[in-house]
Design a protein around this ligand. Structure first.
Ligand SMILES: *Cc1c(COP(=O)(O)O)cnc(C)c1O
Length: 372
């Protein structure tokens, strides 16, 4: 018997190759490959319109965008963040010589718990770096209130939150001082590799544009020790093409999400994570929690699915605070992070991507139900 075709947790959305050809021809005739070329400018404009934000600065990837966002606001000392995220969130702090201070998550939204932030603030705290985990918005109002009270900056890691709106017409990217997007191949909107910083005003964008280009203002003036974080024309042009298909991709993701919820609702010991009540969701992930009354442990279910060539992923396990460069921090102690520690033991993200067929989704559901 041949093994069933593999189903991965995600698959990048790729338009017909022929659709990309004209963009390549344009680049070949322009002979402009990077340095804020025409496609870079077009994509910034198109994303502002699509996302409903004023200013955006494109980057080579989300991690460099995070590192640069912290530089742009001159963040130092300690920053409060979540252990329940992709490791780049905290790495961006270490790359800036900043000490991460981990605060536990809310058991419902799995985002940084605003009720626990104040207790972690010290005289060295300068900012809060929350994550809109799975594209579910943080409690942005509660976080801003604390930031205002203690004079802290807020930078959102919005790598999962492309296209999400908190209320109709209000992008989640409008909150905080800056928001950082990732356009990595595994994300809802991808440019192969890519990222961006969403900025509230033209001055912030200008500083960020200098920082992502070595600090150059003109041919002979360098105002800051900047980095090379510029998105190339190849990536930017692909982004423009990708944007043409994003609405249909989102509709398909929503349908897959709804089908999982219906098919798994009655499985004992299995809980589908609810969204955070956002007006527009992007269904970037489909996390489920395996409770003690499910017949298999989370890891046994993960293995069982792998044996069937279904590659679900344990996002986010291990916690960032469990990695060697973090676990010595006082805030990384599991006792300080009981909710995140529990969720990391229970979570499994099921395959969700626009090209996932109903038949393949049914295969995933059938395998899980067979274990229940
Ligand atoms: C993907 C991701 C990043 C990093 O983005 P890259 O574009 O891969 O550098 C940062 N934070 C979170 C939460 C992510 O999921």
């Amino acid at each position: 018997m041949t093994a069933p075709t593999p189903i991965y947790v995600t698959q990048p959305f790729l338009p017909d190759l022929a659709e990309f050809q004209p963009y390549l021809e344009q680049i070949w005739s322009n002979k402009i490959l990077t340095n804020g070329g025409p496609f870079h400018q077009q994509l910034e404009k198109a994303l502002c319109e699509h996302l409903g934000v004023e200013h955006i600065a494109l980057f080579t990837n989300g991690t460099l965008a995070l590192v640069t966002a912290l530089q742009a606001l001159r963040i130092t000392g300690e920053v409060i963040t979540t252990p329940y995220s992709f490791v780049a969130t905290a790495h961006s702090l270490l790359w800036n010589g900043i000490k991460p201070v981990f605060v536990d998550i809310d058991p419902q939204t799995l985002n940084l718990d605003p009720r626990r932030i104040e207790a972690a603030i010290t005289p060295q705290t300068t900012a809060i770096l929350p994550v809109h985990c799975y594209g579910h918005p943080c409690d942005v109002d509660a976080i801003q209130k604390i930031a205002d009270n203690y004079n802290l900056k807020v930078i959102y890691d919005a790598a999962h939150a492309f296209g999400v709106q908190t209320t109709p017409g209000t992008s989640v990217l409008r909150f905080g001082d800056l928001s950082v997007l990732s356009f990595h191949a595994t994300k809802v909107f991808n440019t192969f590799e890519g990222g961006a910083i969403v900025c509230p005003d033209a001055i912030a964008k200008q500083r960020i544009d200098h920082l992502k280009n070595f600090g150059f203002v003109d041919e002979v003036t360098v105002v800051a020790p900047g980095i090379n974080g510029k998105m190339s024309e190849l990536n930017a042009s692909f982004g423009l093409l990708q944007l043409k298909h994003i609405d249909i991709a989102m509709v398909r993701r929503a349908a897959i999400d709804a089908r999982y919820r219906a098919a798994l609702a009655d499985v004992p010991g299995l809980r589908c994570v609810r969204d955070a009540g956002q007006a527009v969701a992007n269904h970037s992930y489909f996390p489920i929690l395996i409770e003690p009354d499910f017949p298999l442990s989370r890891d046994a279910l993960y293995q069982r699915l792998r044996e069937q060539n279904i590659f679900a992923r344990r996002y986010f396990y291990p916690l960032i605070s469990d990695f060697p460069m973090y676990r010595g921090l006082p805030s990384a102690a599991p006792g300080n992070l009981p909710v995140a520690s529990e969720i990391a033991r229970k979570v499994l993200c099921l395959p969700i991507y626009p090209a996932l067929s109903d038949a393949d989704q049914d295969r995933v559901v059938a395998q899980i139900r067979a274990c229940a």
